[in-house]
Each structure stands twice: as C-alpha cells, then as structure tokens.
Design a protein around this ligand. Structure first.
Ligand SMILES: Nc1ncnc2c1ncn2[C@@H]1O[C@H](COP(=O)(O)OP(=O)(O)O)[C@@H](O)[C@H]1O
Ligand SMILES: [Mg+2]
Length: 258
C-alpha cells in the first residue's frame, strides 16, 4: 500500500528534517510512529498527504503505486486539534468531507448517521461543537474520517489532547471502526501504551533529523480489549521494548547526518 524508500527531506533546502527513511506498509495494516518532538513525524504524514512536496532526487514515495498528491480520495487525514467547523452540527461536520467530494446527499447522510451512532453519538446529530465535550468532538472527527471510505488513514496524535479515560474510550472506538473496515492506518502518538494497544507494528524514530531506529512488531492477538491489556505480561514487555528503543533514538546525536 505504501512504499517509502530512501526518503530525505530538507525544508527550504536547508533544515534536514528526516534522513533516509524506508517504510513499507501493507493493506489493512495499523502502524504507529513514535519519536521525540520535532523528529519529523508530521513531515512524513504531510509528504504522504501531498502537502509537503519532496525533492525527486531524495527518495521515492508511493501510495497504492501512485506518487503523493494533495486531495487524493484514497487518503484521509485526522489531526489532534479540534478541526470541526463551529457553525456546523455534528452531522454536518461528519458528512463534510463526503459532501466536499460530491457524494449524493442521501447516501452520505445515511453513512454519516451510521458512523455517528458507531462512535457513540446517537442523539447528538444536531448539536453544534460548542455543545460537545472535547472527547465528543474527536468522536465526530473520527466519524468524519471514516465516512470518507479512504483506504489510507493518516492520524497525527488524534487523541493527544484528551484526558486518559476519554483517550481509552476513543482508542476502543477507533479499534472497532478499523476492525470493521480494514483500512491501512499510520498513527502518530507520544503515548507508548497507546502505540502498543492499537498497532500491528510500531516504528521508532530518532531525534532530528529523524531516522528509523526500530520496527517493533506487536503480536498481541486481536480483537484486543484495551483495558484488559494491562493484565497481559506481553503488553508490558512490548512497552518496555519501545521505551528502550526510544531512549536509544533520543540519545542519537542530531548532528551526524547533516
Ligand atoms: N513548513 C516547515 N518549514 C520549515 N521547517 C519545518 C516545517 N515544518 C516542520 N519543520 C521543522 O521540521 C522538523 C520536523 O518537524 P515535524 O515533522 O513537525 O516533527 P514532529 O511531528 O515529529 O514533532 C522540526 O524541526 C520542525 O521545526
Ligand atoms: Mg508532529
């Protein structure tokens, strides 16, 4: 589904953001990326989304055999910050992306209602964002993301600003939606527990310029009950493994690749 080979990116032809990144991701795979702040995680998502354009001599990127391009229908992007339109209702926000893509009103509405129910917002369809909690607003954003039927979901710390309890609930909702639809997901997080709980694989990046320092397979069986993972020793071993890889990555000098 995704092939990134030998990707190096400099902003303004100067600031080296990521260095020699190689990633391949299969269809239906859930892959998380962790790494220190500023190591280039968002840069990688923006490159995949076609929002940051790469230098042709600095590696190759393909998604479903095609180079990145902004506005592709097979890619949906979800951010951490509140990205709902304040003047639209939960339902109008949920169907915003499909409306922008020109889907007929009745089918897109039906899909948006079903997804709002799936994320636990039955009865809140006509509420404006200001009447919803932060967790509920991210539920709407999840519904909107899954409404798009895109094969690849890029998620940049989507639950990063939520309290711990709400985050666990939303992780559960995401797992259910993902299991039902088998999209490929690239999920960025600062939260190692979240990375272990959700992923098939976790990629660990070094401090800037970001390089991949580890590729950790999360072989916990599915479906996973997020709050029961705590009792599984394998979960704690994977968590410890990620910590130690992350420490290695953070200790890497940021000068040696520039
Ligand atoms: N548009 C930009 N122009 C110049 N530098 C940028 C731009 N976007 C990000 N950077 C820099 O590139 C590095 C990687 O940023 P980013 O990908 O946002 O890191 P992360 O998401 O891992 O925190 C940082 O040093 C950041 O300041
Ligand atoms: Mg970022």
């Amino acid at each position: 589904m995704i092939e990134i080979a030998g990707l190096t990116h400099r902003y303004n032809n100067k600031m080296l953001a990521v260095h020699d990144i190689n990633i391949s991701i299969a269809e239906g795979e859930f892959v998380s990326i962790i790494g220190p702040s500023g190591c280039g995680k968002t840069t990688i998502l923006n490159i995949l989304a076609g929002l940051v354009v790469i230098d042709q001599n600095q590696g190759t990127v393909s998604i479903g055999g095609q180079p990145p391009r902004a506005g592709r229908r097979d890619i949906a992007y979800m951010l951490a910050r509140d990205s709902l339109f304040p003047w639209l209702t939960a339902l109008q926000n949920a169907e915003f992306g499909t409306e922008a893509r020109g889907e007929p009103a009745d089918t897109r509405r039906e899909k948006a209602i079903a997804l709002l129910h799936a994320v636990g917002l039955k009865g809140f369809e006509t509420k404006l964002p200001k009447a919803l909690s932060h967790g509920m607003r991210q539920r709407v954003a999840l519904a909107r993301t899954f409404c798009l039927d895109s094969q690849l979901l890029l998620m940049d710390e989507p639950f990063g600003a939520l309290d711990a309890q709400t985050k666990l609930q939303l992780e559960g909702v995401l797992m259910q939606l993902w299991a039902a639809t088998q999209r490929s997901v690239i999920f960025i997080t600062h939260d190692l527990a979240e990375a272990v709980a959700l992923s098939d694989r976790v990629l660990v990046m070094s401090a800037r310029p970001g390089r991949l320092v580890a590729n950790v397979r999360i072989d916990l069986k599915r479906p996973r009950q997020i709050n029961e993972l705590q009792r599984d020793p394998a979960y704690h071993e994977l968590y410890a493994e990620l910590w130690s890889q992350l420490e290695t990555g953070m200790a890497m000098s940021s000068g040696d690749a520039e």
